[in-house]
Write a new protein. Structure first.
Lengths: 438, 392
C-alpha cells in the first residue's frame, strides 16, 4: 500500500494534506483490515483549527523544497485496484503544493467523488446517530448532551430526533451518572457516557475502575458492560491545569477496559461505531483541539478495528509511534525530516489498551529505531508502558534505545508560551529523530 | 420452599375471636388461608401516608419464612466456622440478625424486580434463589461458585434472578441501582429495583447524586437503607448528624420499618413497589441489627456491649418472632420447628461438605472473562517463562 503526500508551502501548519481516495480502496481485493490501514493513512485531513504554533519560528528548513521533485521514495501514489487513484499524479501534487489554498477542493476532484466532507465532531455525531438508529439499546447520557446539543456539539440534534430518554441530560454528578450507565449496561442497554471534559471523569474513577472494568470478571462472566465512555481531553488552548488532563495514563492499568484514541474524522467515526458495538467497556479519548478537523469520509458504513494501529506514513529509517493530537505534530516534523533526508515511519497507535504490538512489532523489525511521541506525562504515561512493552518484546530488533517524548510532568500552565513548552513540539521531534538516527 | 409435611397434619381447634386482638385463628388444613397479622411497630413516614399495620400472610408463607431464615442463619454461622478454619479468606461479612429484610423483600416482589446490594450479600443471594452449594463454593474460592470463584464473598451475582450483587465499595451500588431502574424504565418493564445500602453508606455523596437523578426522572427505584446502627465500628450517632435516614431523601418520600419483623418488611416493600412504579423513588429505612461484627475480622464487641447484642437477640430476633407467630397460630408445634431447624442444619452441612470437595479454578481461569472476547494475545506470568495463557 502506498500513499500520496502533498506537502504544502504554507507556513500555516493547517494545510497538511493527504489524498483521501478512500472509496476505491474499499473495493480492493484486500481485506477490510488492510483497507482500514490505508484509510487511516489517507485520513490526516486538513487541520483547520490546530494550534497557532508557528512552525516558521522553530523549524528552519527551506520552504522551496518540493518533496514531489525529490526521489520517488517520498512521494508515493496511493495504489489500489482502481483507476481513480491514477489521477493522483505527481504533477498534480506539484500544482497543489504551489497553491495550498485550493488544496481542499482539488482533493475532492482527485477522488472518485463519493464521500462527504465533515468536521471531526460531525463525524462522531454521525457515527453515534447511525448506531442509535441501528440499535434501540444505545443511549447517550452526559451533561448538556441533550437540549444543549453537547458542549462540543457531538450530540447536536440527537435529542430532537431520539427523545429525552435516549439522549439524557444528567445533572452534574459524574460518579452517579457513570455508575448509572454501568448499571444500565448490566441489564443490556448500551449507554454512551460523555464526560464533558475527560478530567471530570476522575470523579467517576471508582465506578470506571471497579464496576466498569471488573464486573465481567468478578461475576464470573455473568454480566457484560458494553458502555462507551467518551469525552475530550488533552491540552487545549490555555484552558488551565484542571481542564487539560490526559487521563489515558490513569486508566491504562484498569483490567477489563479498552482504550482508543481517535485523531481524524475517519477514525473518529469508525472507532465510535466499533466502540458502541463492542461488548467490552471502551473509553474513547477525543482531543479538544481536534474537533474541527475536516476530512472527507465515505458515504458507506464502515467501522475501524478497535485494537488496530494506523499506518500514517510508511518509512524505513525510524518508527515514530504517536496518537491523538501529537500525530499532527509528528507529521509536521515528518515534513521537515523528509526535507532533511530521513524517512520516518509514522504509526498512529490508536489503540491505547491493548497496544497493537503486531503492527508496532513489524515496524520495529523493519526500522530498528523507535521514537514515541505522546501528550501524556512522562511519568507513568502511555509512552512509558509502550516503551516497556517494546523493550520486552522487541529488544533484539532495536539498534538504539527507545526514546519517548512526552509532556512535562507539570500541571499545565495557563500562560500560552508555558503551555506550548509543556507539550512536545515538532522541533523536538526532529531533534530526537536526528539523535536516534546517528 | 413449601413444606409438604404440613399438609398431612391434622387441623387444630378453632378458637373464638379475641375482641381486642386482631389475630384471627383459622383452619390450617389449607396452607394458603390468609392470616392477618399486625406488625410489631407502626410505620413512620415522611411525605407519604404509611401503609396499614395489618399484613396478610398465610401459614405456608410463615413456614417458608421460618425455614428460609433458619437456612440463612445456619449458612452464616457455618461461614463463621469456615472462616475460622481458614477455608474462607479475606473479607467475610455476615448477615445474621438481618435475615428478615431479605426474606420480607422477596415475599413482596418477583424475580423480574432487581435487587442490588453491598458486600453483605450472602443471604440476599440465597433469597433470590441462589443455592447453598454455589454460595459456599464461592466463599471457598472454587470453580463451582456462583462467580466461578473469582469474586469471593463480596461478589455474589445471579443474573437470571435479577440479582446484581455484591459490591465491595461502600455506596458504589447506589448509582448502579439507579442505572438498573433507568434500564427498567427505558425498556418499559413493569419492574422496580431495590437498591440496598447501609447506614454507613448513607453518608456517601453518590447516594444523593443517585437519589436526585432517580427523583428527577421518576425512576422505579426503591432505596433501602439497612440501618444496623453501626457503620463498621462507628455508631450511627457518631457518624450521622441526622440518623433519620428515611427522611434524608428530602423531596423523596420515606418509610421507616422495623427490619426485624419480616411481615412489616414485606408490607413496606409491597407498598414501595407500588409507589415506585407510579410515582418514582422512595426510601425505606429498615431498622435492623447484626449480631456479628462488621466482618469476620471485627469481634463486634469493642464498640458495643455484649448485653446489647444479647438483648436484641432475645427481644427482636426475626426467627424467634416468626416462630412465636407460628406457634401462636398453631401452624406447627415447637418440636416440628426444631426438627425443621435440624433438617436445615443437615442441609447446610451437606452443602459445605460438597463445596469442600469442589475443584479450585484452573490457572487459565486467571485470564478468562477479563474481556468478553479477547484478542488472542498471550499473557505471561511474572517470570515470563512458566505461566502462559492465551487470552480467549
Amino acid at each position: 500500500h502506498k500513499y500520496l503526500f502533498i506537502f504544502t508551502e504554507e507556513i500555516n501548519f493547517t494545510a497538511i494534506l493527504t489524498s483521501p481516495s478512500i472509496s476505491p480502496l474499499r473495493h480492493s481485493p484486500w481485506g477490510k483490515k488492510m483497507a482500514a490501514r490505508i484509510h487511516g493513512g489517507a485520513g490526516a485531513g486538513a487541520a483547520t483549527a490546530l494550534s497557532t504554533f508557528n512552525p516558521k519560528k522553530l523549524v528552519a528548513p527551506s520552504r522551496t523544497n518540493l518533496p514531489a521533485a525529490r526521489s520517488s521514495k517520498r512521494c508515493i501514489v496511493a495504489a489500489a485496484g482502481s483507476d481513480a487513484s491514477k489521477s493522483l499524479r505527481v504533477g498534480h501534487s506539484q500544482k497543489l503544493i504551489a497553491n495550498a489554498a485550493v488544496a481542499t477542493k482539488a482533493e475532492t476532484s482527485a477522488t472518485t467523488g463519493t464521500g462527504h466532507e465533515l468536521l471531526l465532531f460531525e463525524a462522531l455525531q454521525e457515527g453515534l446517530e447511525e448506531e442509535m438508529d441501528r440499535d434501540p439499546h444505545v443511549c447517550v447520557m452526559g451533561e448538556d448532551v441533550g437540549h444543549y446539543g453537547g458542549s462540543y456539539k457531538v450530540t447536536k440534534g440527537l435529542a430532537d430526533k431520539f427523545g429525552d430518554l435516549r439522549v439524557l441530560d444528567t445533572p452534574i454528578c459524574e460518579n452517579a451518572f457513570t455508575g448509572m450507565g454501568i448499571g444500565a449496561a448490566m441489564t443490556g442497554l448500551r449507554p454512551v457516557i460523555e464526560g464533558m471534559n475527560m478530567g471530570f471523569l476522575l470523579l467517576a474513577f471508582n465506578q470506571i475502575s471497579n464496576n466498569c472494568g471488573m464486573l465481567h470478571y468478578t461475576s464470573g462472566g455473568q454480566f457484560t458492560i458494553p458502555v462507551v465512555i467518551r469525552g475530550p481531553g488533552g491540552v487545549g488552548r490555555q484552558l488551565g491545569a484542571e481542564h487539560s488532563q490526559r487521563l489515558e495514563s490513569y486508566f491504562q492499568s484498569i483490567p477489563g477496559i479498552q482504550m482508543v484514541a481517535c485523531s481524524t474524522p475517519y477514525n473518529a467515526k469508525g472507532l465510535m461505531k466499533a466502540a458502541i458495538r463492542s461488548e467490552n467497556p471502551v473509553i474513547l479519548f477525543e482531543h479538544v483541539l481536534l474537533y474541527n478537523l475536516k476530512e472527507k469520509i465515505p458515504d458507506e458504513e464502515y467501522i475501524c478495528n478497535l485494537e488496530e494501529a494506523e499506518m500514517v506514513r510508511p518509512g524505513e529509517h525510524i518508527t515514530i509511534l504517536t496518537y491523538s493530537r501529537m500525530r499532527y505534530h509528528v507529521m509536521q516534523a515528518a515534513k521537515t525530516l523528509v526535507n532533511k533526508g530521513y524517512d520516518p515511519e509514522v504509526i498512529d497507535i490508536r489503540s491505547l489498551k491493548p497496544f497493537d504490538l503486531y503492527t508496532i512489532g513489524n515496524s520495529v523489525k523493519k526500522t530498528h529505531r523507535v521514537l514515541i511521541v505522546e501528550e501524556c506525562m512522562r511519568t507513568g504515561g502511555i509512552g512509558a508502558s509502550l516503551t516497556a512493552a517494546i523493550n520486552e518484546n522487541f529488544h533484539d530488533y532495536l539498534d538504539a534505545p527507545v526514546m519517548c517524548l512526552s509532556s512535562q510532568d507539570v500541571p499545565t500552565p495557563y500562560a500560552g508560551t508555558l503551555e506550548e513548552w509543556t507539550v512536545v513540539q515538532p522541533a523536538q521531534i526532529v531533534t530526537a529523530v536526528e539523535q536516534l538516527c546517528q | 420452599m413449601a413444606l409438604s409435611r404440613l399438609s398431612s397434619r391434622s387441623t387444630t381447634l378453632l378458637q373464638p375471636l379475641a375482641t381486642t386482638s386482631l389475630l384471627r385463628r383459622r383452619h390450617i388444613s389449607t396452607d394458603t388461608t390468609p392470616i392477618t397479622v399486625e406488625t410489631s411497630l407502626p410505620f413512620t413516614s415522611h411525605l407519604i401516608s404509611p401503609p396499614s399495620r395489618a399484613v396478610e400472610t398465610s401459614s405456608q408463607e410463615l413456614i417458608s419464612f421460618f425455614r428460609d431464615m433458619a437456612l440463612m442463619r445456619r449458612m452464616e454461622i457455618a461461614a463463621d466456622s469456615l472462616y475460622k478454619a481458614k477455608l474462607i479468606r479475606g473479607f467475610c461479612h455476615l448477615y445474621d440478625g438481618q435475615e428478615a429484610v431479605a426474606i420480607g423483600m422477596e415475599a413482596a416482589i418477583t424475580k423480574r424486580d432487581a435487587i442490588i446490594t453491598s458486600y453483605r450479600d450472602h443471604c440476599t443471594f440465597l433469597g433470590r434463589g441462589g443455592g447453598l452449594f454455589e454460595a459456599f463454593s464461592e466463599l471457598m474460592g472454587r470453580t463451582t461458585g456462583c462467580s466461578k470463584g473469582k469474586g469471593g464473598s463480596m461478589h455474589f451475582y445471579k443474573k437470571d434472578a435479577s440479582f446484581y450483587g455484591g459490591h465491595g465499595i461502600v455506596g458504589a451500588q447506589a448509582p448502579l441501582g439507579c442505572g438498573l431502574a433507568f434500564a427498567q424504565k427505558y425498556s418499559k418493564e413493569e419492574a422496580v429495583t431495590f437498591t440496598l445500602y447501609g447506614d454507613g453508606a448513607a453518608n456517601q455523596g453518590q447516594l444523593f447524586e443517585a437519589l436526585n437523578i432517580a427523583a428527577l426522572w421518576d425512576l422505579p427505584a426503591v432505596l433501602v437503607c439497612e440501618n444496623n446502627h453501626y457503620g463498621m465500628g462507628t455508631a450511627e450517632w457518631r457518624s450521622a448528624k441526622s440518623p433519620a435516614y428515611f427522611k434524608r431523601g428530602d423531596y423523596v418520600p420515606g418509610l421507616k420499618v422495623d427490619g426485624m419483623d419480616a411481615l412489616a418488611v414485606k408490607q413496606a416493600c409491597k407498598f414501595a413497589k407500588e409507589h415506585a412504579l407510579k410515582n418514582g423513588p422512595i426510601i425505606l429505612e429498615m431498622d435492623t441489627y447484626r449480631y456479628h461484627g462488621h466482618s469476620m475480622s471485627d469481634p463486634g464487641s469493642t464498640y458495643r456491649t455484649r448485653d446489647e447484642i444479647s438483648g436484641v437477640r432475645q427481644v427482636r430476633d426475626p426467627i424467634d418472632r416468626v416462630r412465636k407467630l407460628i406457634i401462636a397460630h398453631d401452624i406447627a408445634t415447637e418440636k416440628e420447628l426444631k426438627d425443621m431447624e435440624k433438617e436445615v442444619r443437615k442441609e447446610v452441612d451437606a452443602a459445605v461438605a460438597q463445596a469442600k470437595e469442589s475443584p479450585i479454578p484452573e490457572p487459565s481461569e486467571l485470564f478468562s472473562n477479563i474481556y468478553v472476547k479477547g484478542f488472542g494475545a498471550e499473557s505471561f506470568g511474572a517470570d515470563r517463562k512458566e505461566l502462559r495463557a492465551t487470552l480467549p
